[in-house]
Design a protein around this ligand. Structure first.
Ligand code: LLP
Length: 411
């Protein structure tokens, strides 16, 4: 459920009409709903009420400071993957004791910054990284808390670009190497193994792959215990999917129930790193129709948002629902919704049936709150869009639209 609904044929973001927002702030425009973010965080977090757990929102999904601050106020921790995300999380007021750090390529400087902040734990993805963390921590006179990211070799049945827990992926350590890694970590003086971690992929729409991975992790945990290694945290990553079109992913409550049954017995604090399920349907992108164009083979709707603003359709062939901001009751047409960028891959939808639209009308691209703005770029020297956070009838400019000056800053 989200708070983007039609009232008398006009799309509203909570209490505010979207046309008003587009008029005042221009397009393309990202609009996030605070009530939806709160609701989604609450639904996810409370699904694990019976367990000792932490919900560490995955910053990469939507890293706007206003969004992070709102979640931090609700008690969220954060999952980060770079020095930049650490900077954002701290700036948003997230306590370092609730920050976990994943990623295959952490640089010494980033490790130093995370140790300086005293984050909860590094999710280590290779032996080389373990050595690096030990070295950096030692030079600072600190001890780094680590967990190893275990690659359980489970097929998450999602898009290949966002599958991460299969043998062929670059992520984590396979089970046998993980055992060696814990042994090695135990010998090191500037590293303390405190957890284990896995993240098998994103936009999963069934629970089975999660359960399969969890079974493997529990078996591994028991082997660790037998080796005399005791840990305190089990990080199960993110990945729960959302409805873009007709997917029917499990509700967080169902997800929580299924996992909790297996987790109940373990004397561990469980960490989750949800991204998309919190922010995905809490955001829309609003765009204006610049032209319509009929060619002998197709009808095009040319809009002022492009692949630089929302790359998911171009990159993963992802579906995003697109609808008129003011319902117009016209007959449906099959169209390609495309942007102004000089690439044939620049589209938001292809072969889409939707009511005919005219120049100057507004369209809303739904489910754009995760991996939307965060994956945007300046390609074709397009200024990155404005982001708004709506809370009831209050609007905050969460990020101002870039200026031409911003475009050349540093050049
Ligand atoms: N934890 C780790 C270690 C991750 O790599 C990710 C996502 C998450 C948590 C959060 O996953 P989520 O709950 O959002 O599924 N750009 C792609 C998605 C890439 C996901 C990368 N990792 C997309 O637009 O679909």
């Amino acid at each position: 459920m989200h708070h983007f609904q039609y009232r008398n044929g006009t799309l509203h973001a909570e209490e505010i009409g979207v046309p008003e927002l587009a008029e005042k702030y221009g397009t393309p425009l990202y609009v996030y709903s605070a009530a939806t973010l709160r609701r989604h965080f609450q639904a996810f977090d409370s699904a694990f009420n019976g367990l000792k757990h932490m919900t560490c929102y995955s910053v990469k999904a939507n890293s706007n400071l206003s969004v992070l601050r709102l979640l931090a106020e609700m008690g969220a921790g954060m999952d980060i993957v770079s020095g930049g995300e650490l900077y954002r999380a701290l700036k948003a007021g997230v306590p370092a004791s609730k920050i976990v750090y994943s990623g295959v390529g952490k640089k010494a400087q980033e490790i130093r910054e995370a140790l300086e902040a005293d984050i909860l734990m590094f999710n280590v993805e290779s032996m080389a990284e373990l050595e690096r963390i030990n070295k950096v921590a030692k030079s600072m006179g600190k001890v780094a808390r680590v967990g190893f990211r275990i690659n359980p070799d489970v097929d998450p049945k999602t898009h290949p670009y966002i599958s991460t827990g299969m043998k062929k992926n670059k992520f984590g350590l396979d089970i046998e190497h993980s055992l060696k890694a814990y042994q090695r970590a135990k010998e090191m003086d500037a590293v303390e193994p405190v957890g284990m971690d896995c993240h098998i992929g994103s936009q999963l729409t069934t629970i089975e792959p999660f359960l399969e991975a969890l079974d493997k992790l529990i078996a591994f945990y028991n082997r660790l215990k037998d080796m005399g290694i005791s840990i305190s945290y089990l990080d199960l990553g993110g990945g729960l999917g959302i409805t873009y079109n007709e997917e029917e992913p499990p509700h967080p409550a169902e997800f929580g129930k299924a996992l909790s049954e297996k987790l109940q017995e373990l004397p561990l604090t469980v960490i989750f790193e949800p991204g998309r399920v919190i922010s995905g349907n809490a955001g829309i992108m609003v765009t204006e129709v610049v032209y319509t164009k009929k060619t002998p083979s197709r009808d095009f709707v040319i809009v002022d948002a492009a692949m630089n603003d929302l790359i998911r359709p171009s990159l993963y062939d992802s579906y995003h629902r697109i609808a008129e901001v003011q319902q117009n009751g016209r007959d449906e047409l099959t169209v390609d919704v495309v942007g102004p960028i000089c690439e044939s891959g620049d589209f938001l939808a292809r072969d889409r049936e939707m009511p005919a639209v005219h120049e100057g009308e507004l369209l809303a691209v739904f489910s754009a709150g995760a991996y939307g703005f965060t994956m945007s770029s300046n390609y074709n020297s397009r200024r990155r869009a404005c982001e708004l956070l709506v809370d009831g009838d209050t609007v905050t400019v969460a990020r101002a639209r870039e200026s031409y000056e911003d475009l050349v800053r540093g050049e």
